[in-house]
Design a protein around this ligand. Structure first.
Ligand SMILES: Cc1ncc(COP(=O)(O)O)c(C=O)c1O
Length: 394
C-alpha cells in the first residue's frame, strides 16, 4: 500500500495531498522518492524562507538540542530572549509573546485587545473581508469567508468585518467602542491582494479619531517576504501590534505577538500562557533565520530579483491575455488569471515547478528568499512554456 493510501485510511480528511512523495529538500529544490527534482517556488507556504537544509538553521538546532529541548515557562531561556531582542529591535516595538503558530498569535492578540479595551469600554473587533487569520474559533470570528466558517458557529461576540479596501465601509463601521482592526497589508490566502494606500490613510485618521488598535497580520507577509521586514512598511503606517509566524522558526513551529507601548503593560503574571510557545530549539532556529536575512544584503537581493520577476511576468501578461493582473511585493506574488488557476499549477508541477493556486483564479508564487536569477528564470521559463503548450489556458 502506498503512503498516500495508508494515510487516507488513518487521517481525518482535512488535506488534499499532492501525489508526489518527497524524500528530501536542498536549497530551493525538492527531491522525490522516485528520483525527480522539483523547484519549490512555494516555500512550504512561506515557511522555508531560507530554503531546505540551510546550514545555519541546522547548526543552530543541533547546538540547542544538546543544551535543552524544552524547559517550561518557569525558566528564563536564552534563545527566547536573544530572538526577542532581534525582533523587537528590528520592528521598533516594545514587548513580545511567543506562540506555536499563526492562529495562536491571533487568538492571543484577541485576548490582549479585549483586556486592553475592557476599562475603556472598547469591545468591538474587526477583521477584513477576504482575509485569512487561521482555523481556530477566534480567528474564524474575524474572518468572513463561508468556505472556512461554515457549520462552525456560533463565533465570538462583538466581532465583525470591514470590506477590504472599502473606505466607506471602514468609516461606517469603526467608532469609539471599536477595540481593534486586524489587517493583512497583503492578503495572502485571499489572492495576494495588497491593501490600497487610500484605505491605509483612512485607517490612520480613524485610529487617531477613535483610538482603537491596529493589528498587522504579518504571518504570511512578514520577515522580508515582501522585500521589507514587514509588508506594512510599503505604506506610511505603523501598527500597534504585529503578529508573525510561518518563517520565523526556520521550519519549526513558532509565532509571536509584538506590541507597542500602548499594550506593553496589559498582560501581567498568569493572565496568558502556553506550554510550547517559544520553544528554545525553534527560537534558536529563528535567530539563525533573522541573522541570515539581516546580513548579506538579503533585502536588497530580494528586491533586485523581485524587480526582474515582476518585469518578466508583466511581459508575459502582455503576450498571454489569460493573465489578468500581476500583483504583490518582493517575493509575495499573485498572478490573477481569467480562468481557474488549478490546472495551470498542476501543469507546472508536471514540468517540475511547484507554485500554488489560491482564491480560485490566482497563481501564488512564494519563492524561498534565497532564490536567485537561476531559479527565477526556471520559474519564468516553465510558466511561459506551460501557457504556450496548454492551449486550454490561452
Ligand atoms: C495571514 C495569515 N494569518 C494567519 C494564518 C494562520 O497561521 P497558522 O496556519 O500558523 O495557524 C495564516 C496561515 O496561512 C496566514 O496566512
Amino acid at each position: 500500500m502506498s503512503l498516500l493510501d495508508n494515510e487516507a485510511q488513518l487521517f481525518f480528511k482535512t488535506y488534499k495531498r499532492l501525489t508526489l512523495e518527497v524524500d528530501r529538500g536542498d536549497g530551493c529544490y525538492l527531491y522525490t522518492k522516485d528520483g525527480k527534482k522539483y523547484l519549490d517556488m512555494f516555500s512550504g507556504l512561506a515557511v522555508n524562507a531560507l530554503g531546505y537544509n540551510h546550514p545555519g538553521i541546522i547548526a543552530a538546532i543541533e547546538t540547542q538540542i544538546r543544551k535543552y529541548i524544552h524547559l517550561s515557562n518557569f525558566f528564563v531561556q536564552g534563545p527566547q530572549v536573544e530572538l526577542a531582542e532581534r525582533l523587537l529591535r528590528l520592528a521598533k516595538l516594545q514587548r513580545i509573546f511567543f506562540t506555536n503558530s499563526g492562529t495562536e498569535a491571533i487568538e492571543g492578540t484577541i485576548k490582549l485587545v479585549r483586556k486592553w479595551g475592557k476599562a475603556k469600554n472598547k469591545t468591538t473587533i474587526f477583521g477584513m473581508s477576504n482575509g485569512f487569520s487561521g482555523r481556530t474559533m477566534g480567528s474564524l470570528s474575524i474572518m468572513d469567508k463561508e468556505k472556512y466558517r461554515e457549520d462552525y458557529g456560533p463565533f465570538l461576540e462583538n466581532c465583525g468585518h470591514v470590506e477590504f479596501n472599502n473606505v466607506g465601509d471602514l468609516k461606517a463601521k469603526v467608532d469609539d467602542v471599536t477595540a481593534a482592526v486586524f489587517l493583512e497589508f497583503v492578503q495572502g490566502e485571499g489572492g495576494v491582494v495588497p491593501v490600497s494606500a487610500e484605505f491605509v490613510t483612512a485607517l490612520q485618521s480613524l485610529r487617531e479619531k477613535h483610538g482603537f488598535l491596529v493589528i498587522a497580520d504579518e504571518i504570511q507577509s512578514g520577515i522580508f517576504r515582501t522585500g521589507t521586514l514587514f509588508a506594512f512598511q510599503h505604506y506610511k503606517f505603523t501598527p500597534d501590534i504585529v503578529t508573525i509566524a510561518k518563517p520565523i522558526g526556520g521550519g519549526l513551529p513558532l509565532g509571536a505577538i509584538l506590541g507597542n507601548e500602548k499594550v506593553a503593560e496589559v498582560w501581567t503574571h498568569g493572565v496568558h500562557g502556553t506550554t510550547f510557545g517559544g520553544n528554545p530549539v525553534a527560537c534558536a532556529a529563528g535567530i539563525a533565520v533573522i541573522d541570515a536575512l539581516t546580513t548579506n544584503r538579503m533585502a536588497g537581493r530580494i528586491n533586485e530579483s523581485s524587480k526582474y520577476l515582476f518585469a518578466q511576468l508583466d511581459s508575459l501578461k502582455n503576450r498571454f491575455p489569460i493573465i489578468k493582473e500581476v500583483r504583490g511585493f518582493g517575493f509575495m506574488v499573485g498572478v490573477e488569471l481569467t480562468v481557474e488557476s488549478g490546472p495551470l499549477v498542476d501543469a507546472m508541477l508536471e514540468d517540475g515547478v511547484l507554485v500554488n493556486s489560491t482564491a480560485g483564479n490566482v497563481v501564488r508564487i512564494l519563492p524561498p528568499l534565497i532564490s536567485g536569477k537561476k531559479e527565477i528564470d526556471i520559474l519564468l521559463k516553465t510558466f511561459e512554456s506551460t501557457l504556450t503548450k496548454n492551449v486550454q489556458f490561452v
